[in-house]
Design a protein around this ligand. Structure first.
Ligand SMILES: [Zn+2]
Length: 95
């Protein structure tokens, strides 16, 4: 089980969004997406520099992490932990 929480820190020069999944903290950047590709997309950046891109598409949320690609895509509608956390945080929609 992983728990998700999101927090927003605002400063005079901008905002920074962190997402904690389990014990791992990810910095989140919103990615520009073409309307035909997806409604929203986010890049999750781990402290060690690992990147995962999660996009909301017309087929549902998709992630490019190994867990999603090999074990969730087409198999688990709930998706990987990144998708579950972004959906749970309200950053992307389930469908
Ligand atoms: Zn993922």
């Amino acid at each position: 089980m992983s728990s998700a929480s999101a927090s927003v820190r605002g400063g005079t020069l901008g905002y920074h969004l962190d997402l904690t999944i389990g014990r791992t903290i990810y910095a989140i950047e919103r990615l520009p997406v073409a309307p035909a590709v997806g409604a929203r997309a986010y890049r999750l950046i781990k402290g060690d520099g690992t990147l995962y891109d999660v996009a909301q598409t017309e087929y549902g949320p998709q992630c490019d992490c190994p867990d999603y690609i090999f074990r969730r895509d087409g198999l688990d509608p709930a998706g990987c932990k990144h998708i579950k956390a972004l959906v749970g945080s309200g950053l992307i929609d389930r469908a």
